[in-house]
Design a protein around this ligand. Structure first.
Ligand SMILES: [Ca+2]
Ligand SMILES: [Ca+2]
Length: 233
């Protein structure tokens, strides 16, 4: 019964959280790719609001900032970005009462098992050419967290952006055990034009020992302590 006596760390697996294996382990919608850079290893996730066939960034050519060849997906329609992100239709509209709506965007999703108390962390960097209200988000188990919007980006941009926020850290503690869904996304607001981007890297979950494992661990440590004392004596 050795296995039962050992403290067992909670299983909390995120696959390819550093995007060093391309998009392996991730489901994507719209323009999702992996580009050089990031905060961990050599590459990062790169989501954009760029179409392929339209002049989103005129006078740049149509699709100039699209990195994957797949156009950004519609927001606010059945089967669009909100459905992909596990959000209610309209959830990505910043202010529907004043007709301030999200138009199109891209997202990447992964589901994994984690326990209550486990901590999700990742790094993100929002970039934009837009001075409007485009924004980046993470949706965790159907709950929307806005990361940044265009006015937050004040550093010189990369990969065709005018501005970026710079890398920031996000943490979230899971309140329940089981399968969790994490979805990163970026959307155009007010129109389809002027591309914004979300870079993500270093997605991981830090497991905490389950209470049951701690209960097993404490008597084990007491036994070890007794043995050490006897040896010393
Ligand atoms: Ca990486
Ligand atoms: Ca667009």
């Amino acid at each position: 019964m050795l296995a039962a006596a050992m403290p067992v760390a909670a299983q909390a697996q995120v696959t390819n959280g550093g995007f060093e294996s391309g998009l392996s382990g991730w489901s994507v919608l719209g323009d999702a790719s992996v580009l050089a850079g990031g905060t961990q290893g050599l590459s990062q996730l790169w989501l954009t609001t760029a179409s392929v066939d339209f002049d989103d960034d005129f006078p740049l050519a149509a699709g100039a900032l699209n990195r994957s060849g797949s156009a950004a997906a519609e927001v606010g329609v059945p089967g669009g970005v909100e459905a992909f992100a596990g959000l209610a239709l309209g959830a990505l509209d910043p202010n529907p009462a004043e007709a301030i709506q999200a138009f199109e965007g891209s997202a990447a999703r992964q589901s994994f098992t984690a326990n209550a108390g486990d901590v999700l962390t990742f790094q993100w960097d929002f970039g934009t050419r837009d001075s409007g209200a485009d924004f980046a988000f993470v949706a965790i188990d159907g709950v929307l967290f806005k990361l940044a919007s265009s006015p937050d980006a004040g550093l010189p941009g990369t990969y065709g952006n005018d501005f970026r926020t710079g890398w920031a850290n996000f943490t979230h503690t899971f309140s329940g055990s089981g399968v969790h869904d994490v979805v990163f996304g970026v959307v155009d607001v007010n129109d389809y034009s002027v591309t914004s981007t979300l870079a993500v890297d270093a997605v991981s979950v830090s497991a905490v020992p389950e209470p049951g494992a701690l209960a097993l661990l404490v008597p084990g440590l007491m036994v070890l302590g007794l043995r050490a004392r006897r040896r010393r004596g």
